[in-house]
Design a protein around this ligand. Sequence first.
Ligand code: PMP
Length: 334
Amino acid sequence: MQYVKLNTNESPFPPSPAVIRAAEAEAERLNLYCDPECTELRQRAAALFGVGPENLLPVNGSDEILYFAFLAFCDENMPLAFPDISYGFYPVYADFLHIPSVIIPLREDFSIDPADYIGLHKNIIIANPNAPTGISLSAAQVEEIVRSNPDNVVIIDEAYVDFGGESCVPLIHRYDNLLVTQTFSKSRSLAGGRLGFGIACEALIRDLNAVKYSVNPYNVNRMTQAAGAAAIDDNAYYMENCVTIAKNRDDTAEALRSMGFRVLPSCSNFLFAESPDITGEDLYLSLKKRGVLVRHFRKERIENFVRITVGTREQMDLLLKNIRAILHERGDIK
Ligand code: PMP
């Protein structure tokens, strides 16, 4: 069966033609190691993010910068705080590295209460927008958290920021304890290329580079460095795609609400939704049988939800058609 894949928050749009050409051209040089410093890519990315090349560490997907940061800044005596419902890799890396976790519950409405993180005196990681909820904090709220924890590192994971969040990258010039992470996997159609960035003051980037050069100096391969640089040159194409996704997201949310779903207010490229008429697991399984993959989490508080990646208009129409049919079969929609 050819599945409609709405389960891992990829972009439904292909890389731009220039990105494909750049990767193909680099393939001819695969006999040579790549530039470990990613010089060209860092220069272009510096202009994109409004920072200096010394503020950037390109990585093999943003998962890698999270791993480097956990290794660099946390240990048995330096716990890490994060929300109870957030990106699944935070507790996985923390457990793997024996880092004690301080788990802070989201509010009833699944938003983060910034007050929980003010003056916490612990290292902190927050996805903003959060995943899988899609709910965002403002940059001003994040700034308060960063400002009130001056002796700890605050990591802001901006994997989904391009779909409607407010980036905290400009704050790195004022706070030496802030690490922002971004990825080209979502908004820039490069999930398979594996490209992410750590963005921070020069001293934090130096620490992270110390980890990188002890683990994997050639972490971003030749084709991906070239593809990333070309993607930055084609930024307008990618930002247009983000606008399309945001529109599809809002229209899909409205259609789901009209079917009785509770849909959390998403600033990302996915929706987190629950129906009063069908459990999250049943909806996930029924959609899968019909060839549509969404994500279900067997986890307290959110087991009745499904997370739906926002795709093209056609994919969203197909999703809604199938949900309608599933509810109809059960007699929940007349
Ligand atoms: N952070 C969050 C919140 C994510 O959802 C993801 C994607 N699974 C990542 C980081 C990592 O993405 P990547 O390694 O592809 O950059």
